[in-house]
Design a protein around this ligand. Structure first.
Ligand code: FAD
Length: 487
């Protein structure tokens, strides 16, 4: 069968590989000039930046993906385990270093609060068991029916769906810093820790148990690896190929439109944002209304800066979180009252700490990220104000002058997410994974209204993040194998 795949993010690349393996003729159509979706790479004046994802978590998911094609990740890229995994700045001279060794992390917890090391150990034992259940099994189920989730193992964990990660952190630790370390991974799910069920502690196991990795060459090396694999399986890759419409005849997919030309196709798989893909269909064939999309809890958007510094930035690790302000207040501006945060938390990545060629000798490449509510208006002076604000904080917290060392900065914000990726309200990573937006409660992989139309990606199952995107592509390909006649 001829299958047209929209977009070339991780989910589209994954779906394309599995579908080509099934024997289909697969073509990817990507609107932008590069493959990889949100995982773009930016280069300027001898500096390199990963523009989107930077944390490589859950290495087993990548292994499982490549294994399905008789490969291992190292056939395409090599991995470095970051040591330390990352740092968390709570104030000047108050920095928590997350080691790459679990015993050391437990000792660091213990040094802050008596008994905390032991409590963390027992919490992580449960988190590891949740990881085995969720990431090795449940997330590989397509969300067609609630019964997929009901197993003896999940039944035994039922209580964990009615408590939250925030409540667990508050119960286990008195020290706010320890609570924040435990609740941070929920942010990858796009939701507030107080809306994230306890069962999702598998993210804590991914963080503290499995560690933070870095693919040599950056996240784009993973994109390149998947694109090479796709090509080796016969997938045709088209860039600068925006899909402008999906043609439906008598309720069945017939063609796609690219640059005004109709391209005949038997099936369509869209890894582009779901809400956008539905706009490509005549109204009668859309499954979800504007009201539906507007009522969802979206993962945050973000203000990002890619900065070249003329000197090395000292006393910061490859990844650092700046939690020296009130997270609850910042979260309120993202989820409850969409507005610019007064005292934002932010994240920095200094990839040239690991990738020595990503900045000229003696210089530093830096990425700054402030999570924001999707849909916010942005004015140039606001962008400049936030750059100054976070650079001043970084200078203060690390005790060094940096403003005069900025060689250049490029920013990327809400409107860029819309124009670059057709992202709904400029969300950075899809629909949040709250209890009410999990599994069967997420937008469906298979269209109910158009025969031959399928979806994949971070708005579908299992949810946001690179590992889920790989899984999502596999799930869609499996549904196609289940529902469509053999080629
Ligand atoms: C700033 C940022 C930081 C992140 N950090 C991490 C992290 O550290 N770790 C992690 O695991 N995850 C992270 N994520 C999330 C992760 O990057 C995403 O969940 C994942 O990449 C989504 O992949 P996808 O295939 O679902 O969609 P996308 O990557 O959005 O791909 C969709 C593609 O469709 C294309 N498209 C849209 N409309 C059309 C059209 N009409 N025709 C053709 N093509 C079209 C878009 O251009 C895009 O290339 C981050 C995301 C962002 C934005």
């Amino acid at each position: 069968m001829r299958i047209s795949v929209l977009g070339s993010g991780f989910s589209s690349l994954s779906a394309a590989c599995y579908l080509a393996q099934q024997g289909h003729q697969v073509s990817i159509y990507e609107k932008n000039g590069n493959l990889g979706g949100r995982a773009q790479q930016y280069k300027q004046d001898g500096f390199t930046f990963d523009m989107g994802p930077t944390w490589y978590w859950m290495p087993d998911v990548f292994e499982r993906f490549f294994q399905d094609f008789g490969h291992v990740p190292s056939d395409f890229y090599s991995l470095i385990k970051l040591s330390p995994g990352y740092q968390v700045f709570f104030g000047k001279g108050d920095v928590f270093t997350v080691s790459d060794d679990l015993n050391e992390i437990e000792q660091a917890f213990e040094s802050i609060e008596s008994g905390a090391g032991k409590r963390l150990k027992s919490f992580l034992a449960s988190a590891q068991s949740n990881y085995e259940i969720a990431i090795k099994d449940l997330v590989y189920r397509p969300g067609e029916h609630i019964f997929e989730l009901i197993t003896p193992k999940t039944a035994a964990k039922l209580g964990q769906f009615f408590s939250t990660i925030q409540a667990d952190a508050d119960r286990l630790f008195t020290d706010t810093r320890l609570r924040q370390i435990l609740t941070f991974p929920s942010l990858f799910l796009g939701a507030k820790p107080s809306d994230t069920p306890s069962f999702y502690s598998f993210m804590n196991w991914a963080d503290l148990g499995l560690g933070t990795w870095h693919p040599k060459g950056g996240m784009y090396a993973v994109v390149q690896g998947m694109a090479d694999l796709a090509e080796s399986l016969g997938v045709k890759l088209h860039t600068h190929a925006p899909v402008e419409g999906i043609g439906v005849i008598r309720g069945e997919v017939n063609h796609i439109v690219v640059h005004g030309q109709e391209i005949a196709t038997d099936l369509v798989v869209s890894g582009a944002d779901y809400a956008h893909t539905e706009q490509l269909l005549p109204l009668a064939y859309r499954q979800y209304s504007d009201k539906y999309w507007n009522s969802r809890t979206w993962a945050p958007s973000a203000l990002l800066f890619y900065v070249g510094f003329s000197e090395k930035v000292n006393d910061v690790a490859h990844h650092a979180l700046f939690f020296d302000t009130d997270f609850k207040k910042h979260a309120h501006t993202i989820y409850d009252d969409p507005s610019w945060p007064e005292e934002p938390l932010f994240y920095t990545s200094f990839p040239s700490k690991t990738e020595t060629t990503w900045a000229p000798e003696g210089q530093e490449a830096a990425t700054f990220l402030i999570p924001l509510a999707p849909g916010l208006d942005e004015a140039p002076e606001v962008i400049e104000e936030y750059f100054n604000l976070i650079l001043t904080r970084l200078e203060f917290l690390t005790g060094q002058e940096l403003k005069s060392k900025v060689l250049f900065k490029k920013h990327f914000c809400v409107a860029d997410f819309v124009s670059e990726y057709n992202s709904f309200k400029g969300n950075a990573y899809g629909l949040a994974n709250t209890l009410l937006q999990t599994h069967i409660l997420r937008p469906k992989l298979k269209s109910k209204k158009v025969k031959g139309l399928y979806f994949t990606g971070q708005l579908t199952v299992p949810g946001p993040g690179v590992p889920p995107a790989l899984i999502s592509g596999k799930l869609t390909a499996e549904l196609i194998a289940k529902y469509e006649p053999k080629p």
